[in-house]
Ligand binder design. Structure first.
Ligand SMILES: *Cc1c(COP(=O)(O)O)cnc(C)c1O
Length: 423
């Protein structure tokens, strides 16, 4: 093989080997079933299908129409939604489309700030600036790691935003949609709920139900707790259908990623069958990991509230050198996590915390007892200062028993380089 190509292939093979032997705890990642992996490499990845099902700008879309229609219908059923758009190619793309549809330049909106858990696309660095919106941050109660409900209601009535953006990236507890809805109705505001992190829990009916609680629109990526291919969906009421669809195509997407739409359709079916069981195990694993870390003397946030009601836990690691240094030490032991800002942090340069998500470990079959083992590994590296290589050997040993994707119909050798394409 060409040397230059071989060097790319070698790096990909090494990447596979790393994740086969590591503990992936990044809260925004997951792993797909083998059927989905095959679809991602299918001919669909070469094609264009601008337009809507049954009304395309390109020929050759007969079966693409069938696939997209399946994805839309399965999503409508799973989320009990009137309308679904499966075209946005990422969560940020979905947020851009939703704000394009529902706001005009100069409008006022409210969203969480990044250090309180809001996503970067909710901040002035991103979508609100693209649309020239006036952004006010939602009030946050750090002790509770949630929006301050009384202040929020008061501020919505005073500020009179056109749109309220709920949901976030550090997202431990359900957001107060019902209360926001009441206040929003008084000032005629729309509510967009960004479910990117928690869509898999919503699919399993183990988190809040944003559409029933009062969100007008739900935007979401499809690859965090929802274990599908990278991409996004927008879910809304029929009354907003036209605005949302136009804002996606031709507004902010030209060609959507058809191979990802096929993968999404399959993942929706997997979640229909296994979602409830999968989501319940995620919650139980998150609580078990949080409790074990707390027992090991880590400062896990929100002990008084049972630590978490999602897949995530947040730990204040200022006492151990801060988020950056802890994340790098753990990486040497093949424990993959990320540093994270906490509400009292002023600068994104020195985050005080780490964020852990258990959705991928759950997807490969780990349960509460493995969470306790993992907490002990983390303690040995971070508090005990033990040689990371020694812990890494035990991590690799533990991982040997967890190489298949669960909660799907076919998930053998989940981290192997796909056999059909190996060289
Ligand atoms: C991850 C995330 C996004 C962005 O999703 P991408 O698919 O990476 O573009 C948007 N919103 C929230 C709340 C997120 O956590």
């Amino acid at each position: 093989m060409q040397e230059e190509i071989e060097s790319v292939m070698a790096a990909v093979r090494k990447h596979h080997a790393l994740f086969e032997n590591a503990l992936p705890l990044i809260a925004s990642e997951n792993i797909t079933s083998n059927t989905v992996r095959i679809l991602l490499a299918s001919d669909l990845s070469h094609r264009y299908a601008e337009g809507e099902v049954g009304n395309r700008f390109y020929q050759g879309c007969e079966y693409i129409d069938e696939i997209e229609e399946h994805a839309i219908n399965y999503a409508k059923e799973l989320f009990e939604a009137e309308h679904v758009n499966v075209k946005p190619t990422s969560g940020v793309n979905a947020n851009i489309a939703a704000l394009f549809a529902l706001t005009s330049p100069g409008d006022k909106i409210m969203a969480l700030s990044v250090h309180d858990g809001g996503h970067i696309s909710h901040s002035r660095y991103s979508v609100p600036s693209i649309r020239d919106l006036k952004l006010k941050n939602l009030p946050f109660e750090p002790q509770e790691m949630n929006i301050d409900v009384d202040k929020m209601v008061k501020e919505i009535k005073e500020y009179k935003p056109k749109l309220i953006l709920l949901g976030g990236s550090l997202f431990l507890f359900p957001h107060p949609i019902l209360e926001a809805r009441e206040a929003a109705d008084e000032v005629n505001a729309r509510i967009v709920y960004d479910a990117s992190h928690v869509l898999g829990l919503i699919a399993g009916k183990k988190f809040q139900d944003p559409l029933r609680e009062g969100a007008d629109v739900v935007t979401s990526s499809t690859h965090k707790t929802f274990p599908g291919p990278q991409g996004a969906i927008i879910v809304c009421r029929n009354s907003l259908r036209e605005e949302i669809d136009k804002a996606v195509f031709p507004g902010t997407v030209s060609n959507h990623h058809l191979h990802h739409v096929a993968g999404l359709a399959v993942t929706l079916v997997e979640m229909k069958h296994f979602g409830a069981e999968y989501a319940a195990q995620i919650l139980s694993n998150a609580k078990a990991l949080a409790q074990s870390l707390y027992d090991e003397k880590f400062d896990v946030l929100c002990e008084h509230k049972g630590f978490t009601e999602s897949h995530q836990i947040a730990v204040d690691v200022r006492g151990y050198g801060g988020g950056d240094s802890v994340a790098m030490k753990l990486e040497k032991a093949n424990i993959i996590i990320n540093k994270n800002m906490l509400p009292f942090d002023k600068s994104p340069e020195e985050p005080s915390g780490i964020r852990l998500g258990v959705q991928e470990l759950t997807r490969i079959g780990m349960k509460e007892s493995e969470m306790r083992e993992i907490a002990a590994f983390i303690k040995r590296v971070v508090i005990g200062g033990e040689d990371e290589n020694r812990v890494k050997k035990e991590v690799i040993e533990l991982r040997k028993g967890f190489q298949h994707v669960q909660y799907c119909f076919d998930g053998e050798d989940a981290y192997k380089f796909p056999a059909a394409f190996s060289f």
